[in-house]
Design a protein around this ligand. Structure first.
Ligand code: FES
Ligand code: FES
Length: 174
């Protein structure tokens, strides 16, 4: 079995160098090597998006990537954020708080993926605010790949809609 040596910045902290088998999935590296178990392995075939993490790009943009269908070695040199990095000083992030306030989840297995995806959506809206009339479509497009087997999505959707419409700088008139 071939192996690679990787270093990854996770939630602002450099990790490694770690020697990992080339077959090791990123989700397993996070769960088992780093002990960060908030990233969830669910379908394992790239469909449900429960396993996504945020990848911060050198140009200041961010996007989510699935960790069940990519090896840890594919993240060598990257800067990522996981669910463990969202709360600061014991305070939930606005997305996390909105999901709690709206009772958006039940078992919570899908929630870290929803939080990461919604956080990227908010970061994109901060850079490029959209018309209030387009908020529902933007949420559907951003979150549409995430599967939740418990809640039927309505409360996740409503939480994000309320958050985006009530947070300054994410929308514009007209
Ligand atoms: S567990 Fe990765 S997409 Fe479902
Ligand atoms: S809350 Fe259970 S899968 Fe979404």
């Amino acid at each position: 079995m071939t192996r690679s040596t990787i270093t990854v910045t996770v939630n602002g902290t450099p990790q490694g160098p770690h020697e990992v088998p080339d077959a090791m999935r990123m989700v397993d590296y996070l769960n088992d090597t780093l002990g960060l178990t908030g990233t969830k392995f669910s379908c394992g075939i790239g469909i449900c998006h429960a396993c996504v993490v945020i990848v911060d790009q050198p140009d200041g943009t961010s996007r989510t990537e699935r960790t069940c269908i990519q090896g840890a070695a594919a993240f060598d040199g990257k800067s990522i954020r996981t669910i463990e990095g969202h709360a600061k000083n014991g305070k939930l992030s606005p997305v996390q708080q909105a999901y709690v306030d709206h009772f958006s989840f039940q078992c919570g297995y899908c929630t870290s993926g929803f939080v990461n995806e919604a956080t990227v959506l908010l970061e994109n809206l901060k850079k490029s605010p959209i018309a209030k009339a387009d908020v529902e479509t933007a949420i559907e497009e951003a979150m549409g790949n995430h599967i939740c087997r418990c809640t039927g999505y309505v409360r996740y959707f409503q939480a994000l809609k309320d958050l985006i419409l009530n947070q300054n700088g994410l929308t514009r008139e007209g």
